[in-house]
Design a protein around this ligand. Structure first.
Ligand SMILES: NC(=O)c1ccc[n+]([C@@H]2O[C@H](COP(=O)([O-])OP(=O)(O)OC[C@H]3O[C@@H](n4cnc5c(N)ncnc54)[C@H](OP(=O)(O)O)[C@@H]3O)[C@@H](O)[C@H]2O)c1
Length: 229
């Protein structure tokens, strides 16, 4: 059987909130702060998409996030449900994220932590929404210790938020874009036998990806990525 053309897979974006300047993201398997507006931003970006997280983050959230395909990385089995999918390797997590994004007709999926998972997937992440929380020095046991080198990353936009109703500390959300994005390419055959047949949606996905260069331009021309917050 002739292989169909290899197509660009959905792109990985990360959302992460870390303390400034210590880069702490968690303490005793919980977030060190409560930021209602940042959670709203997280929800707004991720709803309707596939998300990849580590088993510890999944436990810390305590339930699958609704209206998202929750892909959980763990070496021990996790029961699959309609919106929970277990991945025992990073490669399986990426394959599941690609497969479900194609079914959902999305060109982006999200890596949502924690520390181990950010480190594991960093080379695949093409865009980061970085929340810096101005909470002063705090203790924690999970970090996001990544430098966004100007040679590799282009700073796109940022918005500052004041401490206030439901937001325990002031914070800033920045969007960073990898200058040379990593594009993974696969043909339709790669997904055969992995679950529901994707033939019906494949052509629509391909058409969307072929249009997407101009979509990216349109995204980037938005003056304010955060206007809805
Ligand atoms: N501030 C933020 O934006 C943010 C976001 C997310 C999480 N967090 C915080 O981060 C902390 C959790 O981070 P963490 O680093 O401790 O845990 P994690 O990254 O959430 O999960 C780690 C787990 O992932 C699984 N895993 C890792 N590498 C794997 C591999 N190669 N193959 C298969 N499974 C693998 C293992 O699960 P098993 O042990 O089951 O095998 C491992 O214990 C929490 O405090 C959480 O609140 C903060």
């Amino acid at each position: 059987m002739a292989q169909t053309k290899r197509i660009r897979m959905p792109s990985a974006t990360s959302l992460v909130a870390r303390s400034y300047p210590d880069r702490i993201i968690g303490v005793e398997n919980a977030l060190p702060w409560h930021l209602k507006t940042d959670l709203k931003h997280f929800r707004m970006r991720t709803q309707g998409h596939a998300i990849i997280m580590g088993r510890k983050t999944f436990e810390s959230i305590g339930k699958p996030l609704p209206r998202r395909v929750n892909i959980i990385l763990s070496r021990s089995p996790i029961a699959d449900t309609v919106n929970v999918k277990w991945a025992d390797t990073p490669e399986t997590a990426l394959m599941l994220a690609d497969y479900h994004s194609i079914l959902l007709q999305k060109k982006e999926f999200f890596i949502i932590g924690g520390e181990e998972i950010y480190n594991l997937f960093m080379k695949y992440i093409n865009k980061v929404f970085l929340t810096e929380v101005f909470c002063g020095h705090i203790n924690g046991d999970a970090k996001f210790d990544v430098d966004f080198d100007n040679k590799e990353w282009r700073f796109h936009s940022e918005k500052d938020f004041l401490k206030g109703d439901g937001d325990q500390f002031p914070f800033r959300i920045s969007c960073l874009i990898r200058r040379k994005p990593l594009h993974r390419l696969f043909s339709k055959e790669y997904f055969m036998g992995r679950g529901k047949d994707i033939s019906d949606v494949w052509d629509k996905y391909v058409a969307m990806i072929e249009r997407s260069d101009s979509d990216i331009m349109a995204d980037e021309q938005q003056l304010d990525f955060f206007s809805d917050l």
